[in-house]
Ligand binder design. Structure first.
Ligand code: ADP
Ligand code: ADP
Length: 237
């Protein structure tokens, strides 16, 4: 469970990224955050794995206030919360296999990774994760040989090898064409339902949000301006 209690974040230049956020996300939910560019969606999502640090309030992940986390606690939090980015963040010249195992072993430059000394468990987890998003046949390709949609599927597989409790996806389809976007959203939803991984996705298209979300949170100017089931959004618009 994720609980924001009066969370605000002011960036060093004075910009208010989040303003008095109070919200609870329960285990297993599939939440889509919508809002225009600059609304605070990315700041919200990045607060949860402490890529940014709110300046006041408390933010509980599984009943622990993560705002004071350092070192080992922070590493554990980041293993628990798998991140998916708009631009995939794969190491382009490395194989799909190496990229995927980075989710489990840390970055692609670890000793085991450089020497290709993977255990049987590593390899089977990588293969199974790639299979979940139907991209296992590209396991030995270089990441930059794949299309955008394929790279995003690899980044989903990378998050799966991390065996996270939460998936945080920051504009995961913003660089993809509509059919590919639907494909990626369908995989995220399927994984949420099958594995029970609590998933938070930022999107800037309300149509796509309504199609996939169980719950939609609308943001504007760092504040939550809507929070409810997708069905309520369609009634109002
Ligand atoms: P969104 O993801 O909805 O586009 P962001 O969370 O990225 O919104 O941004 C929220 C606000 O914070 C915007 O006004 C943005 O310009 C500002 N902002 C984001 N990152 C920084 C930063 N590192 N320093 C200063 N302001 C920032
Ligand atoms: P899409 O139109 O789906 O975005 P692309 O046209 O980029 O995809 O790629 C289509 C196919 O060609 C994909 O299966 C991809 O793996 C392959 N491909 C794309 N670029 C390269 C490359 N530089 N080297 C090898 N294969 C590539």
């Amino acid at each position: 469970m994720i609980e924001f209690k009066d969370v605000s974040l002011v960036y060093p230049n004075g910009t208010q990224g989040l303003k008095n956020i109070n919200v609870t996300i329960k285990d297993g939910e599939f939440v889509v955050i919508v809002g225009l560019s600059g609304a605070g969606k990315s700041t919200f999502i990045r607060s949860i794995n402490r890529l940014v640090t709110p300046t006041s309030g408390s933010l509980l992940v599984d009943n622990e206030d993560i705002l004071t986390f350092k070192g080992k606690d922070l590493r554990k939090l980041r293993t628990k919360t798998g991140m998916i980015f708009q631009n995939y963040n794969l190491v382009k010249r490395s194989s799909v296999l190496k990229n995927v195992l980075a989710g489990r072993l840390g970055h692609v430059g670890t000793v085991r990774s450089i020497l290709n000394m993977y255990s049987k468990e590593d390899l089977s987890l990588a293969y199974e994760s790639l299979k979940r998003v139907n991209i296992e046949e590209k396991i030995y390709n270089r990441a930059d040989e794949l299309s955008g949609g394929q790279q995003q599927r690899v980044s989903i597989a990378r998050v799966l090898t991390q065996q996270p409790k939460y998936i945080l996806a920051d504009e995961p389809v913003a660089s993809l064409d509509p059919p590919t976007s639907h494909q990626v959203m369908t995989y995220l939803k399927k994984i949420n339902k099958e594995d029970g991984i609590t998933t938070i996705v930022n999107l800037h298209f309300i149509d796509m949000a309504m199609e996939y979300a169980d719950r939609i949170i609308g943001m504007r100017g760092g504040e939550i301006v809507f929070d409810g089931p997708a069905s309520e959004v369609s009634e109002k618009t």
